[in-house]
Write a protein of this length. Sequence first.
Length: 491
Amino acid sequence: MNNAVVLPLLIPLFTGVLLIFFKNVRAQRTISAVSALLNVAAAAYLAQQVRENGIQTLYMGGWLPPYGIVFVADMLAALLALTTTVVMAACLFYAFRTIGEGRERHHFYAFAQFLTVGVTGSFLTGDIFNLFVCFEVMLISSYALIVLGGEKRQLRESIKYILINVVSSVLFVASMAYLYAAVGTLNMAQLAERVAEAGQGGPLNVVATLLLVVFSLKAGLFLFFWLPGSYGAPPPVVAAMFGGLLTKVGVYAIVRMFTLIFVHDPAYTHSLIGWMSVGAMTLGAVGAVAYRDVPRILIYNIVVAVGLVGFAVSAGTEAALDGAVFYLLHDMTAKALVFLLGGWLMALAGSAKLEAMGGLIAKAPALGWMTFVTGMAIAGVPPLSGFVGKLLIVQGGLEARAYVGTAVALATSLLVLLSLMRLFMSAFWGERSASEKPVAAVPSGLWTPCAALLAVLVLIGLGAEWVNAYVAAAGDVLANPSMYIEAVLKE
């Protein structure tokens, strides 16, 4: 057992509790900054432990499965936890300049820490019931963040956001009840064994479908009508947290469930995931091209990315699964970054509409070129970070003979490139008309967290061979679930 497994949860948990007792904004910022950097170090240490010593586990209270809750850090969970801490650190430093004292005094930083607890806990838990608990910690924190500030639009969109997540949580509880009744456990490793023994079909396929619906709702893979309004309502830094982290928890749950537990009837489950993913990629790309306001363009690009990872899971080959891991690391960083840049852009232009922008490259060259490079990375242009993940997913799709999904993945990548390059050209080139608002003053220091995330994207792309050593270790566990099962149930 290794207590380091829960450090990425405990640091933000204790920090969040501590921040509740502080009203002084400067103190809150200082504590949040120190905690965020410590959490990055803790998550990096955990990932290195997994690299050197294999899958790490921690049995809470010393209770062995299936009687106790276990936390498990395989390479996938460790890498996602590390990426989460990096993204959250950048978002917090951005928030210091942009979120405003009103929200800061109403515990913005405490809720951000609790959100981190829920996200990292979801990645590291080895028990479905505890996954539900971490989901709820994450969601309750997000409910607070989406309404903090009390603007009319926030309150209106929060009703839709809360309603869809309450419905999905109810379905999650029902799914767990059916699953426990069928196989008598909720420990993921033991579930994998018992589902294999019972044979996946009939009732277990119904449970698998229910869980797929639950996680797809949370990820934006299925019925994503709520995403554009809900993610566009809060301040850009909150949208960055949501777009970079929250949807990826749902994606991770799909990856884990359908590579570890429900793997015995891929003709049904994985085909269903595949067609849902094709639909998400197609509709997301159409939405990104159709709209001409910054938030909706960025939000529909989230849907495309979720569909791409879902397609990799449906393909199920080793290359596709490696690609899914690589692309998740890229997409968590890239989506958070593009929302931070979008917030900076909208503050500068004084509008979210592309028609109200133009000629900003002379006023903010750093913002312009960071937006350009980030757009290239999201579209998958080599040698940036999005290229390797997409290449592996396309390779895996061809190996699985999923030609329709592969063609859609390639076509939607071009549409994503079109949407982001149109945003760049409209905002930063051309001339601003005399009727447009003058360029606004924006807080200084926004470039630092944005540049840090952009550096991560560039390093992931240029250092792809080094990163792939970690990604391949994660992909091995996904392709060979017996490695996960043996690590958890070895006692």
